[in-house]
Unconditional design. Structure first.
Length: 354
């Protein structure tokens, strides 16, 4: 365990250092130098050749993790590099950093603060939270005046403040972006094609079709990357699941008890709760739960609570839910992880819909 922690700390320092270095070129940041020394030490302890300078380190990190010479099993996907030429940090590296920066929510601080505020107000602001969360999911890029209008509709200065921090202005850069036909966020031209985010999940699961740009003189804002990746993308799956289950005749509530779960489905004898989790790699999701304390996982002991993997993840990575279950530590082994396409089967096996 001590060695695993050393590997985690090393990777976090390298990733954070590379991120800082990318934002401001010049002298390598202290975090990057620290992470470099840590990986050198880990390799020397294994009696293996170590990258003595930064170019050698950069070259090493572009290889799959299984070729680095240190054991990353159960920590970082072995088939994934940390760096991608001409792109920078890989999607796995970014997800790894998000996961360990905020292991309780794996979301950006703005969403955590919105949750704390809505849960801490008496009575809890369930309807306002539901309205704000749905707005974030369905408005990935928005004119400044509409963002202001919605903030005023909330009639809450604290929520309005955090809402504004979920977005960034892109007016001056609008020409270099295009509209993602699937999710509505921004496409960027990288590596000779248009991509939606670092992973380009939308491009992997839907055809691009005609690519359009924003034709507007209005100042425009978009969701910050972390909100797009950890709130909006899984949110699209949550809204789609709600619509699908409603059409099947179920009564469904979004984000019950201020997001204690993502969906509540009412049956005649009980309520089934669904928590959608969208992580690129099964190991990232398993580690998300493994990092939690036992008391944080108590809500999943209810026999009618399921963790649901969106269908597009199982298409990209067959056996996803099984691999998550296999990687869970003992204190998290009670979690029930299922695929989205199996949700109705579990509902039908429970009781009749209300």
């Amino acid at each position: 365990m001590e060695k695993d922690q050393a590997v985690r700390d090393c990777l976090l320092n390298i990733i954070a250092g590379l991120e800082q270095w990318g934002n401001k070129l010049g002298e390598p940041p202290a975090l990057l130098r620290q992470g470099h020394m840590q990986i050198v030490r880990l390799l020397m302890l294994e009696g293996k050749e170590a990258p003595i300078d930064l170019p050698s380190l950069i070259q090493l990190l572009q290889k799959p993790a299984e070729e680095w010479g240190i054991s990353v099993a159960g920590i970082y996907p072995q088939e994934a590099p940390l760096l991608i030429p001409d792109l920078g940090l890989s999607p796995d590296a970014r997800e790894f950093k998000f996961m360990y920066d905020s292991p309780e929510e794996a979301q950006t601080q703005e969403i955590v603060e919105i949750l704390r505020y809505c849960r801490g107000t008496m009575p809890m602001l369930e309807e306002k939270y539901r309205k704000l969360r749905a707005f974030l999911i369905t408005n990935p890029v928005i004119p400044a005046y509409r963002l202001m209008e919605f903030g005023l509709e909330l009639k809450d200065t604290e929520l309005m403040k955090w809402l504004g921090r979920c977005f960034e202005e892109i007016t001056d850069d609008l020409e270099r972006y295009r509209i993602c036909p699937r999710c509505g966020w921004t496409l960027e031209f990288r590596n000779n094609h248009w991509q939606c985010g670092t992973e380009d999940l939308c491009g992997k699961i839907a055809s691009r079709g005609e690519i359009k740009k924003w034709e507007t003189p209005e100042p425009m804002h978009r969701l910050r990357y972390g909100i797009y990746r950890y709130t909006m993308l899984p949110g699209l799956a949550e809204l789609a699941a709600k619509d699908w289950l409603t059409k099947k005749g179920y009564k469904v509530t979004l984000f019950p008890q201020v997001d204690r779960f993502d969906l509540a489905v009412e049956l005649d004898t009980h309520i089934v709760y669904l928590d959608m989790k969208d992580f690129k790699h099964p190991l990232h999701l398993a580690n998300f739960f493994n990092k939690m304390q036992p008391h944080q996982l108590e809500k999943y002991r209810d026999p009618h609570v399921y963790i649901v993997i969106p269908q597009y993840r199982t298409k990209i990575y067959p056996g996803y839910s099984r691999l998550v279950t296999q990687a869970l530590m003992a204190h998290a082994s009670h979690l029930k992880v299922i695929n989205e396409q199996d949700v109705q089967k579990h509902l039908a096996g429970g009781a009749r819909k209300r």
